[in-house]
Design a protein around this ligand. Structure first.
Ligand code: ADP
Ligand code: MG
Ligand code: MG
Length: 248
């Protein structure tokens, strides 16, 4: 379970997150929606531990442990997975090599033995077959020259391999075409599990036609100003965010 309690954070002394509280239960898919500039991406960067953001108050508990106190490089090992609008490209590192390193770093941090190469290949092959990722793609440099849809498949493949307890997807403004949107939605839906929580961040309602969320939260000016069920997303689509911007 994820509990964000009265979170305040700033960038260069400018307050961005201003008293954000949110609980996401095990197995829950929570959607966060909100106008541009409301702090959605900032929230995902803080969960990732990006340096520019200073948390001045509050805590983020994952199964009771404050993840703000967990070193950034250990968060993935502790079950936090973050997917970004603009995925990292790593020239010179084959995708297969990158994935193996990511998986083994997680295992190491958990005190588990490294996967043998045959075991690793078996896992990657079965996950990538399901996602229609070719062997050729796995040999190419990680994300370099991948199309938008291929990057999305790669993101879902990483999630499938790392089996996170919390997955955060910031899809805002990414202009996902319908194929990429399906890839993300099918991937998330396939990985929904009673032990896994998702935060799906989106500016537009259409992603939520494919990933039906358990809860919807409106972020405005750095705090959650309204929470509801999936119907809240439809209401926002019809009426826009104006009411909530004024309420903040
Ligand atoms: P959203 O994802 O909801 O569109 P962001 O989290 O990207 O919003 O941005 C929230 C606010 O923080 C905006 O007002 C934005 O201008 C500001 N902001 C984001 N990053 C920086 C930065 N590096 N320096 C200064 N202000 C920033
Ligand atoms: Mg934005
Ligand atoms: Mg954003």
């Amino acid at each position: 379970m994820l509990e964000i309690k009265n979170l305040h954070a700033e960038i260069d002394g400018k307050p961005i997150i201003q008293g954000l509280s949110l609980t996401v239960k095990d197995g829950e898919v929570a959607a966060i929606m909100g106008p541009n500039g409301s702090g959605k991406s900032t929230l995902s960067y803080i969960l990732a531990g990006k340096e520019d953001y200073e948390v001045t108050e509050g805590e983020i508990l994952l199964d009771g442990e404050n993840i703000l106190e967990i070193p950034v490089e250990e968060r993935a090992a502790r079950g936090v997975f973050l997917a970004f609008q603009y995925p990292l490209e790593i020239p010179g590192v084959a995708t297969m090599t990158f994935l193996k390193a990511a998986l083994n770093a997680q295992r190491k941090a958990r005190g588990e033995a490294e996967l043998s190469t045959p075991d690793f290949i078996k896992r990657v092959n079965s996950a990538s077959d399901e996602l229609k990722i070719s062997k050729e793609m796995l040999r190419r440099a990680f994300n370099v020259g991948f199309s938008g849809g291929e990057k999305k498949r790669m993101e879902i493949l990483q999630m499938a391999l790392l089996q996170p307890s919390l997955a955060v997807l910031d899809e805002t403004d990414s202009g996902l075409d319908i194929d990429a949107l399906r890839i993300v939605a099918d991937g998330v839906n396939a990985l929904r599990s009673p032990k896994r929580s998702f935060i799906v961040i989106t500016h537009y309602q259409r992603l939520l036609n494919h990933i039906v969320p358990d809860s919807v939260h409106v972020l405005s000016k750095g705090r959650i100003v309204k929470s509801g069920g999936k119907e809240l997303a439809l209401e926002l689509e019809a009426n826009g965010y104006r009411d909530y911007e004024e309420a903040a």
